[in-house]
Design a protein around this ligand. Structure first.
Ligand code: ADP
Length: 238
């Protein structure tokens, strides 16, 4: 069976004047359902470009990307936005919650956009998701009154709004202290144990052991990729 995330001989080149920069050079990798994978590498190694081609934000210059059987490049801009909403939840370093909406409203927003749940069910679903990430009591507050860790939990609930099979997180703990970071990685592990596939770009080597697949980039190539094996991840799950 095809892996959930398939990247096959992908090159992404940017042209700057007469110079061509290859951000990704013929890279191949796959990530199976239920995995928690990290993407690491120095600044400029191609991590953001890889995330962008996975999420369909950017098109590869060459090669194949297939996510849950769909090739994002085959979709129109409108189809792509809906596909992304239903297939990939994205979590950012600085949370990117809308400050004028309550936490619950932030979680409802992607459901309104993708129309995956009847309007009458969205609020209850948002509250259930906030409960699942451990901040039910913050639902009616505005993001600015939450701690960084709580804001990231709200952002994770928002990323889960349309029940996508994949969560992609770009330096999700880069702005959090180490204890809070640990609790966020533990939450990711619980989600992976529940069947979500989690892909995390991270600089933090302290949490290497929580990942069951580690992909290290260097100059747009895969320097190392640990083979996924059963029971290799360290259990933070409580
Ligand atoms: P990382 O996320 O690991 O820091 P990036 O994927 O952002 O790496 O960048 C990889 C390489 O591609 C770098 O050399 C960067 O300068 C270049 N690059 C990224 N985006 C662009 C762009 N839009 N135009 C030109 N060069 C780019």
């Amino acid at each position: 069976m095809e892996p959930l995330i398939l990247v096959d001989q992908v090159t992404k080149a940017y042209r700057s004047g007469t110079v061509e920069i290859q951000a990704l050079r013929n890279i191949s990798l796959s990530i199976d359902r239920g995995r928690m994978a990290s993407i690491t590498g120095r600044s400029g190694s191609g991590k953001s470009t890889l995330l962008n081609v996975l999420t369909g934000i950017d098109r590869p210059s060459r090669g194949i990307v297939r996510i849950a059987g769909t090739s994002p490049v085959s979709l129109t801009e409108n189809e792509l936005a809906v596909w992304r909403g239903r297939t990939i939840g994205i979590v950012f370093q600085f949370f990117q919650l809308l400050p004028t909406l309550t936490v619950a409203e932030n979680v409802i927003l992607p459901m309104d956009f993708c129309n995956t749940w009847p309007a009458a069910e969205r609020k209850d679903r948002a509250l259930a998701l906030l409960e699942r990430v451990g901040i039910a009591e913050q639902a009616q507050k505005f993001p600015s009154s939450l701690s960084g860790g709580q804001q990231q939990r709200a952002a994770i609930a928002r990323a889960l709004a349309n029940d996508p099979p994949i969560l992609v997180a770009d330096e999700p703990t880069g702005n959090l202290d180490s204890r809070t970071a640990r609790s966020i990685f533990s939450l990711f592990q619980q989600l992976a144990a529940g069947g979500k596939t989690i892909v995390v770009v991270t600089h933090e080597t302290e949490f290497d052991a929580v990942f069951d697949q580690r992909i290290e980039l260097e100059d747009g190539t895969v320097l190392r990729s640990t083979e996924p094996q059963e029971n290799t991840s360290c259990a933070l799950v409580s």
